[in-house]
Each structure stands twice: as C-alpha cells, then as structure tokens.
Design a protein around this ligand. Structure first.
Ligand SMILES: NC(=O)c1ccc[n+]([C@@H]2O[C@H](COP(=O)([O-])OP(=O)(O)OC[C@H]3O[C@@H](n4cnc5c(N)ncnc54)[C@H](O)[C@@H]3O)[C@@H](O)[C@H]2O)c1
Length: 669
C-alpha cells in the first residue's frame, strides 16, 4: 500500500504485526501508576472501543501490559511504518487543500527530527501530546483525507469525535485539549484522566499542530535576552547570562544568547540533550568541569565575543559554584520543565539523571521531597547572586510558582515574588501590549525557495511600515527587521519550511495579504499556513506568564483566551484549538491558537483581514482595560484606523484619593 492508501484506510483492516520497543528513539518517561484496579479496567475498555471485537483478545493483554509498563496505552502496534514528516501538500490524499495542510502540520509535529518522544506522540515539554494514542492519529488522518469544505472535524483531546456538517467559512477542525471541570484540574487529575484515555495535555503548539521546532522559541528568547541586556547598564557584549535546560524549547537559549550578543552558560542534566544540541550547532562548547568552564567564559567575556557554553550537570551545582566564588552574573533565568515537576521536568541536585528517573517511578514521594529540597537550594544560590546585582527573571516555566510551593525563600514581605516574570518586565510592556507576538507561517510546498520568497516579502512589508511607525514601536520594528534579514543565515528550519516573525496586527495583516497575492500570482508555488504560538497577545490567559503584567485582578480569569478562539473560529480560521495547560502546567493556564490556510483566493484574502485583526486586537483591548498604558496607546491607534472598532477604555482614579478613602473606611485592616 502506498502512503495515500495507508492514510485512507484509517485503522487497518488486518491487524498489524506487533512492534518491538525501539530503543533508538527518545521515549516518554514511565508515567505514574495512579489508577485503581477498577479504573484500569475502564482504561482498557476505553482503549478497546477503537477496535473490532475479534481483535480484543489479542489487544487487551497487550494494552494492559502497556498500561503496566509505561503508565499509558499508546497502542504502539498501530504506529504506521511510513516516514513521519511534513510532506509537500500534494502528497496528501484530500478533497480540500485545507485538510491536506492540517495533515502536513500534524505529521510535522510527529516528525522524529522535531518531536521529543515521537512514539508516544509527544512533541515537546515532556507531555505535550498531539494525540493520546495511535488509533486517534489514524482515524483523524482518515477523516481529514475524506472531508469536504462543508464539514468540520471535532477533536476532544486527540479523540476524533467525528465529521459534522458545516459550511465553507467554518473551521475545518475544532480542537479542545484538556478541558476539565475546574475542580478536576490538579496535576494528578491529568495523570488519572490521561491514563484513562479521556484527556490529554496539549501544551500549546503540540496539540494544535502549530509547532515549528526550536525556531519558534529562538526569536522570542532573543527578544527577551536582548531586552533584558538593554535594561542593564553598559554594553551588551561581554555580559554573562546563566540559565538551565537544553530540551525542546529551552535548547534555544544558547543560540538566542549568541544572536543577542552575550556570553551564555546553560546547564543541562541529561547528557543526551546536551550533546544533541552541541551536534546541531546550537551550543558552542560543552564542559563538565566548572573551573575549566569559567576560565573559558572569562576569556569570551574579556574578548567580548558572543559564545555559548553548556554545563553538563545540574543547574543547582552551577549556581552554588557561582555564589561560592563570587562570580558576577549579569542575567539569570531557568528553563527546566517546572510546569511538570514530579514527572521528569526538574531533576533534583545530588542525584544522577538515572537515579532520578528510577526514583520518580518507584518512590514518587521521595522524589517529590528531593525536588523541593533542590528548589530551596536553587533559590538560595540565586538570591545570593541577585543581591550582588544579577537580574534574574522567570522564563515562563513556573520556576517562581513551584519554588514558592516548595517553601523556597522566593517571596517578598508583601507576598509577591522577589523576581519578575519575563512578561512583566519585557515581553508584556514591550511586545504584547502593542500587539507584537509570535506570528508564523509554513510553506506547504516544502520548498526552501518559497520560504526565501516569504522572507523577502515580509522584510519589504516591515521596512515600508517602519518608515511611518510611531516612535513607541520603532525598536520592535527594527529588531524584527534584523531578525527576518538574518533568519536564513541562522539556519533555523527543523522540519517544515517555517518561519517565525514577531509582528503586530497591522504587520501580520499586511504580510499575510502580500503572501496571498504572491500565491495568486504564482510567485509562491503552494498554499501557506499562517498561525502563531499560543504564547501571544490574546491567545493565553496565564497569571504567572502571558498575563502576568495584568494588574487589575483579572489575570486569574480566562475570558480573553476563550473569546479569542470563539472569535477566530467565526472569522475564518481554518482550524482553532483551546487548551487547559501549556507552558506553566495543567490547571494553571488556558490557551488557544489557530491555523489559517492561504491559497491565493479572494476568500482567503477576506478571511485573513477579519480574523487577524480580531486575533490581536482582542488582547490589546483587554490589556487596555487593565489600564496598561502601552495597550491604551495601541488600541486608540487601531480605533483611529478602523471606524468599525469601538473599545471601552478605562478611566484612571487618583491613587491618593482611593488610598485615603480605604484607610478611613477600613481602619482596622
Ligand atoms: N518562555 C517561553 O516562551 C517558553 C516557551 C516554551 C516553553 N517554556 C517552558 O520552558 C520549560 C522548558 O521547556 P522545554 O520544551 O525545553 O522542556 P524540556 O523538558 O524538553 O527541557 C527541559 C530540560 O531541562 C533539563 N533539566 C531539568 N532539571 C534540570 C536541572 N536541575 N539542571 C539542569 N537541567 C535540568 C531537562 O533534562 C530537560 O532537558 C517548560 O516548562 C516550558 O513550558 C517557556
């Protein structure tokens, strides 16, 4: 059977042969054994409902063993044998290009060069799933291959509920991931309901098919490190940045450090991750001896060259060494996976990588205590260095939150965190509030020439726009032009022919319009998929990350993310998704995104204008209502240019008047 036939058959008519456990790929850690005996029976029933009863006697013991050995039922036997990658769009069997483009994006998220644990259908972040099992993948691909533009496919946490009649302007796919009744959204609820096979952790771009490899994060990390450096005194060259994590996303840190022009050290406890990044050229040197490492670092700082170093070891050992030897650090952060602290996201100091892996599966309570003790030491060392002038920021991995839960010395007397999140100081006021966010696109031809053409078009659009941009956003425009000019040279593509480019609403609409026209004119050879990271202006409500610079108390609400996805879906998105969890953890965030296929048609031109305008200005309006000055500036500007937009603006009350009144009315509080 060729590739197209295999897709069209969905679950094969003949039972495929059993697959051996492939030790050449990275596998997800064994998940917690959390289900009761009764629940384990339910998990088996749930898994078997995908298959005809004649197969149950063979599959039931096999799935029971998977549940026992890995804590989940992945249905490894049904993993297809064809190569998993973003094929050129014409290679997919489909009745509509929109569905074919979605198939391409799904396969990219499962590409071995892209995905973290491809056989467990995990794209990044340790638990960011595209599907829960291979039956869901096969059925979804089959539905996509057969659907028309008069249908919408509904996906519940990877499970394809089915195709429903709709219309050509409706999304082709609507995805929800991890939507729970709020009281059932604790980390162990994910362990339990995911093991039952009824929900999954979609992260952000894993379960929404919008992951574009580490490139996505390099741009955002470059912006963050660059602006964090600008906020410190003195020139950027020679500044030292220390952080942790060389995994899926965190692996972008050394490359971003180099692009921003600093000297960086990234600690990584898993040698496989360290050497992978080194081989890929994403980190310049690896060291496991701290004295040797710092001799090299000093040299790079003195010569003022941008250079990235990996420390093959635990970040806590690195911080404690710096604190003990009084080493001056300019910038500090952390990107271990603390959104997932008990299942492999954070490795405690004092234990080898292997010891930790064994402990988390066999002695979870002891492991939990070790992680918390490690976090207390971690914070103590960071505090010492911060007292001597280091600027430390949380980089969106729940470091501050989990450290506070571990009882680390991370809170100020007023109960707030000692350190800002990168969104509070940098990304929020400098980017999100003005509407700048991680816009991206994928060339479905798979041709690098098409990507080159899009880079050229995007750069020309931004250069033209920057001639008339207000002073307030000149720096962002300038940084984004520099980024897109160097994007090809920085060799960022892994997997699909994709590009990320921070842009505001006007930039996104103008770039997308120019792409659509270039497709119509034959300058770009195939449709383009537009999208963005959920980590954006409007896509995500997350009180300790994306909305951490919202100070009116509404950062614990999720209206914006929900409205965003609803609004996108009736303004022309090709697919939409809304997730619980992503970035900072299950129950801690609601985030959504979209995909939009541009095929050069007038319909696509109409849809992109309507949807992209809403997709950015929804968030700016909310940020303006929260009294963020930059967002008020941006939304007033948008209203001047668009008579149809009328947004409720806040009035400002005098602090003195409010303070005095509260003192009089509540004297004993
Ligand atoms: N700020 C952002 O824009 C942003 C974007 C994406 C992801 N994130 C968050 O960043 C975190 C990392 O994401 P990822 O995709 O790289 O995850 P990942 O799990 O692939 O990588 C984390 C790495 O940290 C390493 N690590 C864990 N504990 C360590 C320790 N004590 N010392 C040294 N290394 C240690 C792990 O071995 C792993 O390789 C996640 O929490 C994610 O949600 C933030």
């Amino acid at each position: 059977m060729d590739f197209k036939q295999q897709i069209l058959q969905g679950i094969p008519a003949e039972l495929p042969s059993l697959k051996s456990y492939d030790t050449t790929v990275s596998h997800a850690p064994k998940r917690k054994d959390i289900l009761t005996q009764e629940e384990k029976k339910l998990a088996l029933h749930n898994a078997l409902r995908y298959f005809k009863p004649e197969w149950h006697t063979v599959l039931a013991p096999e799935f029971a063993k998977e549940l026992h050995d890995y804590g989940r039922i992945y249905m490894y036997r049904f993993r297809p044998d064809y190569k998993m990658y973003a094929r050129p769009i014409d290679e997919y069997p489909a009745k509509t290009k929109q569905a074919a483009a979605i198939m391409l994006m799904i396969q990219n998220n499962l590409d071995y060069a892209v995905a973290q644990h491809p056989h467990e259908l995990i794209t990044y972040g340790g638990n960011g799933a595209v599907f829960q099992n291979w039956a869901q993948y096969l059925l979804t691909m089959q539905y996509l291959a057969t659907m028309t533009e008069e249908q919408t496919l509904v996906l519940y946490s990877g499970h394809p509920l089915g195709l429903f009649p709709s219309h050509k302007d409706a999304p082709r796919v609507v995805v929800t991931n991890g939507m729970m009744i709020p009281n059932y959204s604790k980390p162990d609820d994910w362990e339990c309901f995911n093991a039952l096979g009824v929900t999954q952790y979609g992260q952000m771009t894993a379960g929404s098919y919008m992951y574009i490899g580490p490139q996505g994060i390099v741009h955002g990390t470059t912006i963050t490190v660059l602006n964090a450096s600008r906020m410190q005194q003195g020139e950027i060259a020679g500044k030292l940045f220390i952080t942790a994590g060389l995994g899926g996303m965190s692996g972008a840190q050394p490359k971003a450090g180099n692009i921003a022009g600093v000297v960086s050290i990234t600690a990584e406890v898993n040698p496989a991750a360290t050497y992978k990044r080194h081989e890929q050229g994403w980190v310049d040197e690896v060291h496991s001896n701290l004295e040797e490492l710092f001799a090299k670092v000093k040299e790079a700082q003195t010569q003022k060259i941008a250079r990235s170093f990996a420390y093959d070891g635990n970040i806590v050992d690195l911080w404690e060494y710096c604190a003990k030897h009084n080493i001056h650090i300019d910038l500090g952060s952390d990107q271990t996976s603390l959104h997932n602290p008990w299942a492999g996201g954070y490795y405690p100091v004092g234990y080898s990588f292997e010891e930790s892996n064994k402990m988390m599966a066999e002695e979870p309570e002891k492991f939990r205590a070790a992680v918390q003790e490690s976090l207390r030491r971690h914070v103590a060392a960071v505090n010492k260095l911060a007292e001597k002038g280091m600027y430390f920021f949380d980089y969106g991995n729940a470091f501050l939150l989990e450290s506070s839960r571990a009882g680390a010395d991370i809170l100020k007397p007023d109960g707030k965190f000692k350190y800002p999140s990168y969104v509070q100081d940098i990304m929020g006021p400098m980017c999100f509030d003005y509407g700048f966010g991680p816009f991206r696109w994928v060339c479905t031809s798979g041709k690098p020439e098409d990507l080159d053409m899009t880079d050229k078009i995007a750069m020309e659009v931004l250069q033209k726009m920057s001639e008339n941009s207000p002073q307030e956003i000149q720096q962002q425009m300038c940084d984004n032009i520099t980024w897109i000019r160097g994007a090809k040279e920085n060799r960022l593509v892994v997997g699909s022919q994709a590009r990320i480019l921070y842009a505001d609403a006007e930039g996104r609409i103008k770039i997308a319009t120019a792409f659509n026209q270039a497709i119509a004119a034959g300058k770009i050879s195939a449709p383009i998929v537009l999208g963005r990271d959920h980590h954006d202006v409007s896509g995500t409500d997350s009180p300790f990350r994306e909305t951490s610079n919202i100070y009116d108390g509404s950062s614990f609400t999720a209206d914006m993310a929900i409205h965003n996805v609803i609004g996108d879906s009736f303004r022309g998105a090709t697919w939409v998704s809304i997730h619980n969890g992503g970035g900072v953890g299950w129950g801690e965030v609601i985030n959504g995104g979209f995909g939009m296929v541009l095929d050069g048609s007038e319909d696509a031109g109409r849809r992109l204008k309507s949807m992209l305008f809403w997709d950015v200005n929804n968030g700016i309006s909310r940020r303006a209502w929260a009294r963020n000055e930059e967002a008020i500036f941006a939304i007033k500007r948008a209203m001047e240019e668009n008579p149809g937009l009328r947004v409720t603006l806040p009035n400002f009350a005098e602090d003195n008047m409010v303070d005095g009144l509260i003192k009089i009315s509540f004297p004993f509080c």
